[in-house]
Design a protein around this ligand. Structure first.
Ligand SMILES: Cc1ncc(COP(=O)(O)O)c(C=O)c1O
Length: 287
């Protein structure tokens, strides 16, 4: 099945999936999104994605969007795809208005959902690990909102690819690691997992939530703590996490091997713990 596309109330063929040149998402990046996935015929961690979506919408003054209706649309689009393992993308823009900075409250949001087969890449990453390049974090001060304003992320990510790595790990003006261009970041020091505390500097990653829960369940020490670039570069293990990549090992940072250059023991436990949660369909929101 080719990509399923839902746009503003209907399922459309790619050639008919067109938006207005006055769409504020196109003009200003005035939009939020969610990137979800399914495993084996079931959407994964939907309540968590919807919670984050609700918060993103609220933070950009679009709290009037009915997320329950959005959830139904996502489910319909997913069912239509008939794909067991799919990548599901949702974008909601503020709507169409001739270009001016100030928005009015009467705009009709543009809603896009796409569903496609998820690229089979995890086997390679789980085996070889990712290599990352560090880069300054030049993003705005509200990275906790999942907005489509991703220019700094895509520039850093592309520079990492061009430099022979897979992903960029970002550090702030004080030299502390924040997160990666499109993933959460973890490192291990003396057996303890360290990850950036939640706040406006990072996206509240859903994979990060699972890692925190799995570490607690399995008795793996974990601290939410800012880590300097120097400590990060000397960590015994480094991991990335995202919906599409799950928990994956990082085996090189700025060209140097992490530990012995293979996935370390804590990383392997967290990867296995994540896979167990997926196999059990255990994605309910915890208090
Ligand atoms: C900047 C950034 N951080 C972290 C993540 C990982 O988030 P999640 O685990 O919810 O996929 C993403 C995913 O899109 C991201 O763009």
């Amino acid at each position: 099945m080719p990509e399923v596309i839902y746009l503003n109330g209907q399922f459309v063929e790619p050639e008919n999936a067109v938006i207005s040149i006055h769409d504020r998402g196109f003009l200003f990046g005035d939009a939020v999104y969610e990137a979800m996935r399914s495993y084996d015929g079931r959407l994964w961690a939907m309540q968590r994605h919807l919670q984050r979506l609700r918060r993103s919408l609220h933070e950009i003054d679009m709290g009037y969007v009915d997320v329950n209706i959005i959830a139904e649309v996502i489910e319909r689009a997913y069912q239509r795809s008939e794909l067991p393992d799919a990548s599901v993308y949702l974008q909601i823009t503020r709507g169409v208005q001739p270009r001016r900075h100030a928005y009015t409250q009467d705009l009709v949001p543009t809603v896009l959902v796409t569903v496609r087969d998820i690229t089979p890449m995890l086997a390679r990453i789980n085996r070889d690990g990712e290599s990352v390049m560090t880069a300054p974090d030049v993003r705005w001060k509200r990275c906790d909102i999942k907005s489509t304003n991703l220019l700094p992320n895509i520039l850093a990510h592309t520079a990492a690819i061009d430099g022979g790595a897979h992903e960029a790990v970002l550090y702030d003006a004080e030299g502390y690691v924040t997160e990666a261009a499109s993933m959460a970041v973890f490192c291990v020091e003396e057996g303890c997992v360290l990850t950036t505390p939640l706040g406006p500097e990072i996206l509240p990653s859903i994979t990060r939530q699972f890692v925190v829960e799995i570490a607690a369940d399995e008795g793996i020490p974990l601290r939410e703590e800012r880590v300097s670039l120097e400590r990060f570069r000397n960590a015994s293990e480094v991991m990335l996490g995202s919906t599409s990549h799950e928990v994956c090992p990082v085996t090189r940072v700025d060209g140097r091997p992490v530990g012995d250059g293979t996935a370390g023991p804590v990383t392997r436990r967290l990867m296995a713990g994540f896979k167990r949660r997926v196999a059990a369909g255990d994605d309910a929101v915890r208090e």
